[in-house]
Design a protein around this ligand. Structure first.
Ligand SMILES: [Zn+2]
Length: 162
């Protein structure tokens, strides 16, 4: 059984093409649920491939019974209308820490997604009008952590977001 590896391995993840590890997705869902996370990238469980899961309620055909999107080899591209917004994020690979990061508020996510209705992998683009969590997980594919791009705020629970 895999587990979240601390500290995280600092490497770029490999492309998986049309053959992602499906059982890895399933195990990552279990770990994300156990830790109360919003998403998880495979590198966080010490498996440097471009696979990630995100808890996301839209796009029904692409959401697992537990409410996750399974994606691989994805990238994100800011839309012309997009602006940078500051938000507070945490990461299961940086337990107990919170960072203020800049994120695009509107962007296109492109790559391969598992369609739970057809049980196949589909090459797809989504427009996402929320600052997270796709950018956070895709950054993991490229060896970028919120501690690399953000401003350390506090330990969890010391300050309030709102
Ligand atoms: Zn993370």
């Amino acid at each position: 059984m895999r587990a979240i590896k601390l500290p995280i391995q600092r490497v770029k993840s490999a492309y998986v093409g049309v053959n992602p590890n499906i059982s890895l997705f399933t195990e990552m869902e279990e770990m994300c649920e156990a830790h109360g996370g919003l998403g998880l990238a495979a590198i966080q469980v010490d498996c440097p491939v471009r696979q990630a899961i995100i808890k996301y309620s839209c796009h029904f055909d692409y959401v697992s019974p537990l409410g996750y999107i399974w994606m691989c080899d994805t990238s994100y591209y800011p839309r012309e209308i997009s602006q940078l917004t500051q938000i507070v994020e945490s990461c299961l690979s940086l337990p107990g820490k919170r960072y203020l990061v800049h994120r695009f508020d509107s962007y296109v996510v492109r790559g391969n997604f598992f369609n739970f209705r057809t049980q196949t992998l589909v090459d797809k683009s989504f427009i996402v009008n929320k600052p997270t969590p796709f950018q956070h997980e895709i950054d993991h594919f490229n060896n970028v952590l919120i501690s690399d791009i953000g401003i350390f705020i506090s330990a969890k629970g010391v300050t309030h977001e709102h």
